[in-house]
Design a protein around this ligand. Structure first.
Ligand code: NCD
Length: 362
């Protein structure tokens, strides 16, 4: 199969780009936030396609409002059952077609590595709006933007990640981003069943980053500058029993907040299920609703940057095809779309899947 090489300014994984590029987005986001009206025609005549194969409120609507506020228009689906996907169309064909209609395409999909798979053959830039439990780079931009606007810096922050660190793609993306800033300290608050995937923990250990794992919020809350709460991702569990065993494991309430710093901020990508009591919303440290609004400004900055093609496109394929190697992650896109080349990085007996980052022993 022929595939694209560095053709477009895709956003599949934020770490494909240098921190200087992230900073330029954050600066543009800040300018837009100060004066959104002056960007009202910036994308006039441009079309954004939104392909949402998974439910979404904030990501989808903030992308859509972002494009509309830039003067562009939108096409797309939010329920694959109403598109040709329901007739059995594969990912390659759907994304190829929509990328011929639109100038920029935003995709959310339940399968890991799907964004990269689509980018291999799409005819316009593609933005990853969440690929299974893998990554969610535009939520990370939202989180970085919120930190920058609210804390004034991205350096020397102690961040506690609490909840489903195994399946939470927003956590994976944000940790991968925060290791790029000086002095970040990570506190991982989860049960052992919901612990961070090994490949990210290895990244932390290999880089000598300051991190520790704890099993309760009380143990950590007093030292945090940022508390990043997440829901238990019910849809990513193999069975109802496994989910029920974790449900309600962490709940932030007003009593727990008594032990927190007065300037700690509470972030959450939302949706919330039961992990933050409603009463916490009235605490000035609760930043999650504001965070969702920041998401719209930073997505305006991203759309504008991609449409104006400001930056050097990231390399899509870094490794090579290993025809006979099968990715050991059962939720990798290569298991669902059989035409995809088996692309892996690495040369020893452990290969890293280029789509989902899972490591496979050969
Ligand atoms: C997150 C997601 O979809 O990964 N939500 C979002 O994009 N704001 C978090 C979640 O679903 O729990």
């Amino acid at each position: 199969m022929d595939y694209n090489e560095n053709r477009f300014l895709n956003l599949l994984d934020l770490n494909d780009y240098p921190v200087s590029w992230w900073n330029s987005l954050l600066e543009l986001g800040h300018k837009i936030r100060q004066n959104p009206e002056s960007y009202a025609k910036a994308c006039e005549g441009k079309i954004m396609g939104t392909l949402f194969y998974e439910p979404s409120t904030r990501t989808q609507m903030s992308f859509q409002t972002a494009m509309l506020r830039l003067g562009g228009t939108i096409i797309g689906f939010d329920n694959p059952a109403t598109s040709s996907v329901a007739k059995g169309e594969n990912l390659k064909d759907t994304t190829k077609i929509v990328s011929g209609y639109a100038d920029i395409m935003v995709m959310r999909h339940p399968v890991e590595g799907s964004a990269k798979a689509a980018a291999l053959t799409a005819d316009c830039p593609i933005i990853n709006a969440g690929d299974g439990g893998h990554l969610h780079p535009t939520q990370t931009l939202t989180d970085l933007f919120t930190l920058k606007e609210e804390k004034g810096t991205l350096e020397n922050l102690t961040i506690g990640f609490c909840g489903d660190l195994k399946n939470g793609r927003t956590v994976h993306s944000l940790i991968k981003a925060m290791i790029c800033f000086k002095g970040t300290r990570f506190v991982l608050i989860s049960t052992s069943a919901l612990a961070l995937p090994a490949y990210i923990k290895d990244m932390l250990s290999a880089g000598g980053f300051d991190y520790r794992e704890v099993s309760s919020l009380d143990e950590a809350i007093g030292e945090l500058d940022v508390l990043y709460m997440t829901r238990i991702q019910q849809e990513r569990f193999a069975s109802e029993e496994e989910y029920l065993a974790q449900k309600g494991a962490f709940v932030l309430d007003k009593k727990k907040l008594l032990g927190a710093k007065s300037d700690m901020i509470i972030l959450h990508p939302l949706p919330r299920v039961d992990e933050i009591e409603i009463a916490v919303d009235d605490d000035k440290r609760a930043m999650y609703f504001k965070q969702a609004k920041y998401g719209m400004y930073i997505r305006m900055a991203l759309i504008l940057t991609v449409i104006r093609n400001l930056g050097t496109p990231a390399t899509i394929v870094r490794g090579r095809v290993h025809e006979n190697v099968i990715c050991s992650n059962p939720n990798c896109i290569t298991h669902k779309e059989s035409y995809l080349p088996h692309l892996f990085e690495g040369s020893s007996d452990i290969l890293t899947c280029e789509y989902c980052d899972n490591r496979t022993l050969i």
